[in-house]
Design a protein around this ligand. Structure first.
Ligand SMILES: [Zn+2]
Length: 519
């Protein structure tokens, strides 16, 4: 027998088996029992929430000869079996994604002229109905207005906004909601017991979170994990491995490093995570989800149980997150989410996924690179912490024991001359070698240029220049060390349509490229 996915193998056959859509199946069941069904329905909702499943049960029920108490089909009478076996063509399923033209609709309309051979209704289930072309919708409209009494349409869509209002207004509409993690977990548990498997609670909760309210996603992830781990009990670690996902402790460490300004540890943690075979895109998306949870906790004033439920996390995880959330204010967390959301779309098609992620981490730690109010607030908080510390240290040191030497005053250096700037350009590769890793990476991709007595560091784009601006202190130091002069410099990143060569001369020929090491 060919392998049948869990989702299809355990597709509910009766209303009572459908999870998480209680109000909808109750309303539909009542209509069946009272015989007051409409001739057109619209089922909307995100993928995997049970639209097609419910449509199939409903279509069978309107023809069943031996209805169950809740309006479900019996699945045993001649009609039910005939429909399942394809003997009676009373239920016709059409995928509008691949049959979206006027001709496809005309075929339906032509067929509709014939009564069902047996049974009460001819039911058309049109999946992804928003994919129909404009012409197809128009052709369909007339039929939807005055269908034969034996016809019924069930239109299903994930994007109700794309269905014309003229169609919507002729349908009874039902909105299928995403399922809670609890519902997904409980369904997975049932299926596992039928399949004679077990799983750690934590493993199933994780799958449920990844599935984000979709039963189909939850079951196909479960399928995937079981295929890799035929052993008796599916563990949390196995699930993480199979899905290329990252344990939440990694995110809390990352947040910890960001709050402490510990760039080196943050970059090493990222490295380590990727070395373990985790997918960077998943990492970024999951980190956004983690930050979003921190933000909600930080913004929340209500009692613990409420928000922990909303987040779908265990009370242990909640306690840890609450502690972490206390280290940031809500606006800072929102800024983090914005930076990482931008990153998630940026890296989708970029070959430089890791570098871009590192840059984003730098941006988290350096609010001075941005001038919005959230960044300003974060800067202020950093300054306050520093003042606090200075005051505390000041109190500890009694005046008598305080060291008497004056703070070192830096000797002013002479201004740099054009030839000094030129020297820096010519020796760019050697000069940037001593910079710290992150800065060196960006400087190696940049090229130096001259503007009078000013050095211009021409970055490859605005993202790089933005990141570099957080390190102007370090760059100034490098230039001082190298030239023993005070050199004016500018960090420049060309905008989308700007030509950097036109603005600042490219000195490429004069630079000794052998010395530049691209890391
Ligand atoms: Zn039946």
């Amino acid at each position: 027998m060919p392998y049948l996915s869990l989702y299809r193998k355990y597709r509910p056959q009766r209303f009572s088996d459908v999870a998480g859509q209680d109000a909808i199946i109750k309303a539909l069941g009542n209509q069946i029992l009272s015989g007051k069904t409409a001739h057109a329905y619209l089922f909307t909702g995100t993928r995997g929430t049970g639209k097609t499943t419910v449509a199939k049960i409903f279509a069978k029920a309107v023809n069943c000869e031996n209805l169950q108490e809740d309006g479900s089909p019996c699945c045993e009478c001649d009609m039910c079996r005939g429909i399942s076996e394809g003997k009676y063509i009373n239920v016709i399923e059409i995928d509008a994604a691949s049959n979206n033209g006027v001709d496809n609709v005309r075929t339906i309309i032509d067929e509709l002229g014939y009564r069902p051979q047996k049974g009460k209704k001819k039911v058309y289930i049109i999946d992804e109905v928003h994919m129909l072309s404009g012409g197809a919708f128009n052709a369909f409209l007339k039929t939807l207005e005055e269908p034969p009494e034996y016809a019924m349409f069930i239109l299903a869509t994930t994007e109700v906004g794309k269905v014309p209002i003229t169609i919507l207004s002729r349908c009874q509409r039902y909105d299928f909601h995403r399922m809670s993690a609890g519902i997904l977990v409980s369904r997975m548990k049932d299926i596992l017991s039928w399949e004679k498997h077990q799983a750690e609670e934590k493993a199933l909760s994780f799958i449920a979170r990844q599935a984000d309210g979709s039963m189909r996603d939850a079951l196909s992830l479960l399928d995937q994990c079981l295929a890799f781990n035929p052993g008796e009990t599916l563990t949390y670690d196995e699930v993480l491995d199979d899905l290329g996902a990252v344990d939440v402790s990694v995110f809390s460490s990352m947040a910890e490093y960001v709050s402490g300004g510990n760039l080196k540890s943050a970059i090493m943690l990222l490295d380590d995570t990727l070395m373990k075979g985790r997918d960077i895109q998943t990492f970024v998306i999951d980190f956004i989800a983690y930050l979003r949870n921190l933000m909600l906790i930080s913004a929340d004033g209500s009692t613990e149980a409420d928000i922990a439920d909303v987040l779908g996390v265990s009370s242990d995880t909640y306690d840890q997150m609450k502690q972490m959330a206390g280290k940031f204010d809500t606006e800072t967390l929102m800024r983090f989410i914005r930076i990482f959301s931008e990153l998630s779309s940026e890296i989708r098609y970029s070959p430089q996924k890791k570098t871009l992620t590192e840059i984003a981490i730098v941006r988290l730690m350096h609010p001075e690179m941005q001038d919005d109010s959230a960044s300003a607030k974060q800067r202020l908080a950093i300054i306050e912490r520093k003042i606090d510390r200075l005051e505390r240290e000041g109190i500890k040191q009694s005046p008598a024991s305080a060291p008497q030497d004056k703070p070192k005053v830096r000797k002013p250096l002479p201004e740099a001359l054009p030839e000094d700037v030129r020297m820096v350009c010519d020796n760019w590769g050697r000069i940037i070698k001593d910079a710290q890793e992150m800065v060196k990476g960006i400087l190696a991709e940049a090229r130096p240029s001259v503007d009078g007595t000013r050095l211009v560091i021409v970055c490859k784009d605005e993202i790089s220049s933005g990141s570099l601006k957080g390190y102007d202190g370090e760059i100034r130091e490098i230039l001082r060390r190298e030239t023993k002069k005070e050199m004016d410099f500018e960090i420049y990143g060309p905008g989308k349509d700007e030509d950097p060569d036109a603005k600042y001369p490219n000195l490429e020929d004069m630079i000794n490229y052998d010395e530049i090491k691209i890391i």
